[in-house]
Design a protein around this ligand. Sequence first.
Ligand SMILES: C[S@@+](CC[C@H](N)C(=O)[O-])C[C@H]1O[C@@H](n2cnc3c(N)ncnc32)[C@H](O)[C@@H]1O
Length: 253
Amino acid sequence: MSDAAKDVTPEKILLARREFRLFAGVTGSPRVRVVSSVRLFRQIAVQEGGGGDRVLEIGCSTGETTRLLAKTGATVLAVDTAEQLCSQVADRLKDHANVSVHHIDARNVPSLVKLMPHPDVVLVDVGGSAQLNTVSFVVRQCLMAFAPRLIVVRNTELAALACLIETVEVPLKEIWPFTPMSTEDESAMRLENLLAVSYSEKAESRVFAIRKLRLYEDLRARKRIEELTADPQPRVQRMAKAVLDDMNRRNAL
Ligand SMILES: C[S@@+](CC[C@H](N)C(=O)[O-])C[C@H]1O[C@@H](n2cnc3c(N)ncnc32)[C@H](O)[C@@H]1O
């Protein structure tokens, strides 16, 4: 065993996880399970997401998993980009008051947050053979927006990648002893994330970013809000102008 490997203690691994979570803007500390088989995905969904849980199901398709979850009594929000499938699933499960089905693109996270702000379990299946970048974008957005206890992802490419990872090299020498991220650093990191969201293709996400950016006494946040007053979408413009007026009023006091 190398000297560096001997240095890795369970406490340091916990610290590293915390630090990397902060780095990635992850809100909670969820377990993440990655599968490629749809049978296993459904099995885990029912085992882990039953009873009084709030379950967000991304990519409900024809509603096979949704139907199984409906029977457990869980509160389910199922979404899909295929409008017709959503209507069919909603109709099929209309007698289950615990299930709601919406035609939403999961990349539009603010819409999901509005409907289910605190899911206990998030199921992500935007296609077993969907590209890694598509899947990881959705997972990343969910990790930033929610603090579930579990995320189950079905995707073959991600499962293959996870299997190939032998170890994750924590840069021991450079970052230990840890200086946990200060409140200022944490706030700066969140600001960076919000600035990134303000460039989203989705108007709703840009509106979401403006609402949050207003809370920062920061020149870049203000500049970005100013830019968004000329956004092509009128509702983004309106929000940016209202926030800017409000900031100016507060500064004048
Ligand atoms: C393989 S199916 C899901 C199967 C489902 N888990 C089951 O157990 O039956 C993938 C679904 O993800 C949907 N989808 C793809 N991208 C999406 C996105 N960005 N947001 C929401 N749904 C998406 C597709 O329309 C498709 O219906």
